[in-house]
Design a protein around this ligand. Structure first.
Ligand code: 1HN
Length: 349
């Protein structure tokens, strides 16, 4: 017996398997090589979604159903290798959400954690835990687990953002709870911008303590993150695998902004080519600025602003920027690190 081969099936063995099967027993040696693989094996495939196509489909959906009637008007980005499962990777969900002028996406809460990354339009809001934030291009917004949240668009243009949720992870643990609020929007109890001022200025209220596993900041404005990258790029400390890659942090504990999902913003200078890299966290990328291509395994995907692409676990990935490029990404690395599962391979770098 080895970890990669199954023992032969003899008539006597088969008869035995059939007999015990009726009592819900299964011989480990028949399945071991498929449940314990020497390397990650996944049905998740690399794929790229063009934002222009997504926007056209979303606007068409906008004529068919309101945000209120849909609860959330979202087109799921479903991995071609995982159709029918609402997954972009084995552990994560992604969708593109449209909120038209004047619309409200009603208040509700659930145990799943959500992130938003703003791709189109400007000035619609989301409310989380009694505070509203206005969303602008490139802003990274979080909805902590079990936090009431609703969205509204009081601007004159449609808004589209990328939603990332840990839905498959929560399903895996059979830990899903969800409920609607008894009004369309939750009452506002805090001034807009309060959390960013209170927790996002390299200070915390003295004696600050929280039971939340998520960051007390719920909008990480692109303006700030982009300005930081702009300053750091003068130093030109390019990581061969990542260019200049930063992770979003929870100021309370220095960990990722959310308990299950890790989020990143990276800058690649014009004409930069990253060295091949692989890691156990299948990752969803969206381009904020720039054009170029990424090679994932043996396939190359050309991208421009707002396009979204996914790389499966443990697949070699290389990025090539034609112009100065900024990429946002998210993965389940936060969960994997807590569970002692995360592994990365930088090749010879
Ligand atoms: C959800 O609550 C939102 O609040 C978006 O915008 C997508 C997908 C599945 C379940 C809940 C949102 C969602 C979701």
């Amino acid at each position: 017996m080895s970890l990669t081969e199954k023992p032969a099936i003899t008539p006597e063995r088969l008869a035995f398997y059939e007999k015990i099967d009726k009592e819900a027993f299964t011989p480990l040696w028949e399945v071991m090589s498929s449940i314990i693989t020497p390397e990650p094996k996944s049905d998740c495939q690399p794929h790229l979604w063009r934002f222009a196509n997504a926007k056209a489909h979303l606007l068409e959906a906008g004529g068919l159903i309101s945000a209120k009637a849909a609860e959330r008007r979202v087109l799921i980005l479903e991995n071609p290798g995982l159709r029918g499962t609402s997954k972009i990777t084995t552990s994560l969900y992604a969708g593109l959400q449209l909120v038209m002028p004047g619309e409200v996406a009603p208040a509700h809460r659930h145990s799943q954690t959500a992130l938003r990354f703003v791709l189109d339009g400007s000035g619609a809001h989301t409310a989380v835990n009694g505070e509203r934030t206005e969303m602008r291009y490139g802003d990274f917004v979080i909805t902590p687990p079990n936090a009431w949240h609703d969205h509204g668009n009081e601007t004159r243009e449609s808004m589209i953002w990328l939603d990332g949720l840990d839905i498959p992870l929560v399903s895996f643990f059979d830990a899903s709870f969800a409920e609607g609020f008894d009004a369309e929007a939750q009452p506002l109890t805090r001034e807009t911008g309060d959390s960013l001022a209170r927790y996002g200025a390299n200070m915390l209220p003295v004696d600050f303590e929280t039971k939340s596993a998520a960051s007390p900041i719920f909008n990480y404005p692109y303006e700030r993150s982009r300005a930081a990258l702009e300053k750091m790029k003068e130093q030109a400390d390019w990581d061969p695998c990542h260019g200049l890659k930063m992770r979003y942090v929870n100021p309370n504990d220095g960990g990722y902004a959310m308990p299950t999902m890790a989020t990143f913003l990276q800058l690649l200078p014009k004409a930069f080519q990253t060295a091949a890299y692989r890691a156990t966290d299948a990752t969803v990328f969206t381009v904020v600025e720039g054009t170029g291509r990424s090679t994932i395994g043996d396939k190359t995907y050309e991208w421009g602003p707002k396009d979204i692409f996914v790389a499966p676990s443990w697949r070699w990935i290389r990025h090539e920027a034609d112009e100065e490029t900024v990429i946002f990404s998210y993965s389940d690395r936060a969960a994997q690190e807590k569970l002692g599962l995360f592994r990365q391979d930088r090749g010879n770098n």
